[in-house]
Ligand binder design. Structure first.
Ligand SMILES: O=C(O)CCC(=O)C(=O)O
Ligand SMILES: [Fe+2]
Length: 303
């Protein structure tokens, strides 16, 4: 028996979860109910959860191993490296480097060999209006492609590139250098099978540069189509935050984007914990891969 109540918030994804206090460990029955809802609705909204950083870590760790953010070792909570601060509040008098985090459609940590299993984001301060986050259902994206395209993408691999994070080049140069060094371009399959639900999904993102064996020129129109398709309004749930909302998403089956639809002079302050995903992909030598497929090399070969 448990008092957990699940209420769907949209067709594509999203459900609110009430009747549970996340400051305490979940009972087995609660954990089971929440996990089931997570797999069904992909994005869970737990309102009125005023958690401390430690409580956020403890809650998240009930769903897997919590990440320490070593691939992007900046803006972690000073005492809790597991907690990333996604905030527009100045740090030591300087603009926060995470003030524009998540401004293009992405899943977390796909530029690593362990894209996150899930992430939990807790809202501590928000602007009067806006600062919404949108989520897109990647099962729907896959299921609604024609058999011909599905067949085409079935064995494709996509090169995920940290430098395609929107606004990346405006970050601190020393941090850019370090983030590139820690996260060389990595290839992941475009079609993945979710390890828990066994369903196929379209694992695409706006942080993909090209497909393996294809030039950027060849890849771009297909990428544009797949990203546009995956983020069709019909597949999207839009969350309007309240303070102390905790939102936990299935990072393997969704994309998300943080909208800059708010007055930046007002504070928006979030704490995030991510769960380590299974190992996937391989580091790719972009120069070698590109020279194989590029139009330029084809022309050079015939001249
Ligand atoms: O701030 C948000 O709404 C989400 C930012 C983001 O992409 C993330 O925390 O993973
Ligand atoms: Fe994100």
């Amino acid at each position: 028996m448990n008092n957990v109540k699940i209420n769907p918030l949209a067709y594509a994804a999203g459900a609110s979860v009430t009747g549970v206090d996340l400051r305490k460990p979940l009972t087995n029955a609660e954990l089971e109910a929440v996990t089931k809802a997570w797999h069904n609705h992909l994005v869970l909204v737990f309102p009125e959860q005023n958690l401390t950083p430690q409580e956020l870590i403890d809650f998240t760790s009930q769903f897997g191993q919590v990440e320490r953010n070593d691939n992007v070792p900046y803006y972690r909570h000073p005492e809790f490296p597991e907690v990333l601060l996604v905030s527009n509040k100045p740090v030591d008098g300087k603009p926060s480097q995470t003030r524009n985090t998540g401004r293009n459609w992405h899943a977390d940590l796909t530029y690593t060999d362990r894209p996150a299993k899930g992430s939990a984001l807790l809202c501590k301060e928000k602007p009067n209006v806006g600062g919404d986050t949108m989520f897109a259902n990647l099962y729907m994206a896959y299921d609604t492609l024609s058999p011909v395209i599905r067949n085409f993408i079935d064995t494709l691999e996509a090169v995920h590139d940290i430098t395609l994070i929107k606004g990346f080049s405006r970050r601190d140069p020393a941090q850019i250098e370090e983030m590139r060094r820690l996260n060389p371009p990595i290839a992941h399959p475009v079609v993945r099978i979710h390890p828990e639900t066994d369903k196929k999904l379209l694992f695409i993102s706006e942080r993909v540069r090209n497909f393996v064996g294809m030039s950027e020129e060849e890849s771009q129109p297909i990428l544009d189509f797949l990203n546009r398709h995956a983020t069709s309004p019909e597949f999207v749930f839009r969350h309007r935050w309240s303070v102390n909302d905790l939102v936990m998403w299935d990072n393997r089956a969704t994309l998300h984007v943080a909208l800059a639809d708010f007055d930046q002079s007002q504070s928006r302050h979030m704490m995030r914990c991510s769960l380590l995903g299974e190992r996937s992909g391989y580091v790719i030598n972009v120069d070698e891969d590109q020279s194989a497929g590029s139009l330029k090399s084809a022309l050079a070969a015939v001249s």
